[in-house]
Design a protein around this ligand. Structure first.
Ligand code: NAG
Ligand code: NAG
Length: 176
């Protein structure tokens, strides 16, 4: 689901090929087939954000914004990291996975200004109900999880290792 959203929201050509060896994308497995995602259980937010469920899933900007607000994880456009961690602990059962997501959110918070610029350029709301900032953070942290997928859920094939290496080295974390 998130991948569909990534595609809808962020399908733009990569801004910069960082280095020459990035010009040719290796013909390897897609990263999303290399990491078995843990189950994200949003049900404790359903009383506050259930109206935004689409086919039983939280996938829209409204949903993400609502959950982040309910978790008090956003202050304007900035993340409140202690509450991000609490939110992730509510959603995920395994502490190891929580830590990777939290690390992702921490890393993504450094890209706040870039996210704001990206949304403005697309004329998408940056703040307020149904703004897309929470979704941007979510997608960014999600990509971090794929890249730094814990060993226990990582498929250790050479193709996957190559896909991961390429993604980290060559793809933009927001748009890649
Ligand atoms: C939210 O941001 C404002 C302005 O940057 C700041 O003054 C305030 O202390 C922040 N609130 C929290 C809970 O961090
Ligand atoms: C964190 O983000 C910065 C860019 O803001 C990037 O250069 C760095 O490699 C990232 N680290 C990880 C572990 O993702």
């Amino acid at each position: 689901m998130l991948h569909l959203l990534t595609w809808l929201l962020l399908s733009v050509p990569a801004l910069s090929a960082v280095d020459d060896s990035c010009a040719q994308r290796p013909e390897v497995t897609a990263l999303k087939n290399c990491c078995k995602l843990p189950n994200l259980d949003f049900s404790s937010y359903n009383s506050q954000c259930g109206q935004y469920l689409v086919n039983g899933a939280h996938i829209t900007p409204c949903s993400f914004e609502c959950i982040f607000q309910a978790a008090k994880a956003l202050n304007g456009t900035s993340l409140l990291m202690p509450n991000i961690e609490k939110m992730m602990k509510t959603i995920l059962a395994t502490d190891e996975f929580v830590q990777v997501y939290v690390e992702g959110f921490r890393n993504c918070s450094a890209q706040e200004q870039l996210m704001i610029k990206t949304l403005r350029r697309r004329r998408m709301p940056v703040t307020g109900k149904c703004a897309s900032m929470a979704l941007m953070y979510g997608l960014c942290a999600h990509r971090h999880f794929y890249r730094y997928c814990p060993d226990s859920v990582w498929s250790k094939s050479p193709g996957c290792n190559e896909a991961r290496e390429y993604s980290i080295r060559c793809e933009d974390q927001l748009t890649g």
